[in-house]
Design a protein around this ligand. Structure first.
Ligand code: KG4
Ligand code: ZN
Length: 325
């Protein structure tokens, strides 16, 4: 079995995965959403302190598995430095105490493997990762062959939902709150511009849209918020589909996946389904409970890395806040 730890942002999570069967034997996550919601976003120092409390509490529950552990895995990149260090320090302590190998996992690869929890992997795959920290399109052939073909130049898709929710004083995380508010709103009422519409660049940008929404919020009343939310969700999604459409002209998709916390967005899922229809491409999605940050996806990557003996030494495993993919 492998014990895996996730602490890259505001979720403290630990999982136990059986290596031979890929079965998830244990998974627990303590989310800090409530604590951060008063600030409208994640406060790194507060997040670190909450991880330091939550991780040992979850670990205690894993004690019955300790004797069967063959490795300990942990998210080491990307994420907030002060929160990554909490998980990595705990993983190193476990590796020393139990004399087992240490595996450093890239969180973004974790999101990709959230598709394959308790399942076999299925590549090649074109993946759209939409989370609070990232918006990127990747061509994935295997664990080692991941090519990023487009990414955000500034804010990410999920982050823009968080910021719009903050402008409207809705709370945090903004994604589900905006989705709920937008449900009964008029998607065409506010004519926000699709970012980078006339740019040939295969890239994303959400800061301009965020500022346009801010102006609309400032000039409106609370009754208008649902229409602003709906129009924003529509344009934020149209930006993704417009760039994907452009990309598909060069590289038609065969199998396509949406992963990351914001892949739970229903409007986005519907629009991508429409986009894929002419290509008859299969759409893969993670189970809803594994879209947002969790340790089960880190454990699933770790099983692959364990089989390839991709271990790190105590000295070599460092936290890297910026992703290398
Ligand atoms: O993957 P994740 O849990 O954390 C990161 O790795 O960043 O993603 C969290 C992000 C937050 O920005 C949250 O607002 C967004 O995912 N999110 C959504 C929805 N559910 C979560 N965004 C849009 N629509 C949703 N339904
Ligand atoms: Zn994530």
């Amino acid at each position: 079995m492998i014990l895996s730890i996730e602490s890259s942002c505001d979720d403290s999570a630990i999982a136990i995965t059986e290596i031979a069967t890929k079965k998830l034997l244990f998974h627990k996550k303590i989310s800090q959403e409530l604590e951060h919601s008063v600030y409208g976003g994640v406060v790194p120092e507060l997040a670190a302190r909450l991880h330091a409390e939550a991780l040992p509490r979850i670990l205690e529950e894993c004690e019955p598995y300790f004797k069967d552990l063959k490795a300990v895995a942990v998210t080491s990149s990307p994420g907030l430095a002060v929160t990554l260090i909490e998980g990595v320090t705990m993983a190193k302590a476990i590796a020393v105490a139990l004399e087992i190998p240490l595996i450093g996992v890239n969180h973004l690869i974790g999101h990709i493997y959230s598709l394959f929890i308790e399942k076999d992997v299925a590549f090649p795959l074109t993946v759209l990762l939409v989370s609070g920290g990232h918006t990127q399109v990747m061509e994935v052939k295997s664990l080692h062959e991941i090519k990023t073909v487009a990414k955000s130049m500034d804010d990410s898709f999920g982050e823009s939902f968080d910021k719009v929710a903050k402008m409207m004083d809705l709370g945090y995380p903004g994604g589900p709150l905006i989705q709920e508010l937008a449900k009964d709103g008029d998607r065409k009422r506010y004519n926000f511009t699709i970012p980078l519409l006339h740019s040939p660049k295969l890239a994303f940008s959400y800061s301009g849209l965020k500022n346009a929404v801010r102006l609309a919020v400032e000039e409106s009343d609370v009754e208008d918020y649902k229409d602003i939310a709906a129009s924003f969700e529509h344009i934020a999604t149209a930006h993704l589909t417009q760039k994907l459409k452009k990309y598909f002209k060069e590289v038609p998709p065969q199998a396509f996946a949406i992963v990351g916390g914001a892949s739970a967005n229903l409007y986005l899922r519907g629009q991508i389904e429409e986009l894929l229809k002419p290509y008859k491409a299969k759409l893969l999605l993670s189970e809803l409970q594994y879209c947002s940050d969790n340790a089960a996806m880190i454990g699933r990557v770790a099983v692959e890395m364990y089989e390839k003996r991709m271990f790190s030494s105590l000295e070599s495993l460092e936290i890297t806040p910026k992703s290398n993919i």
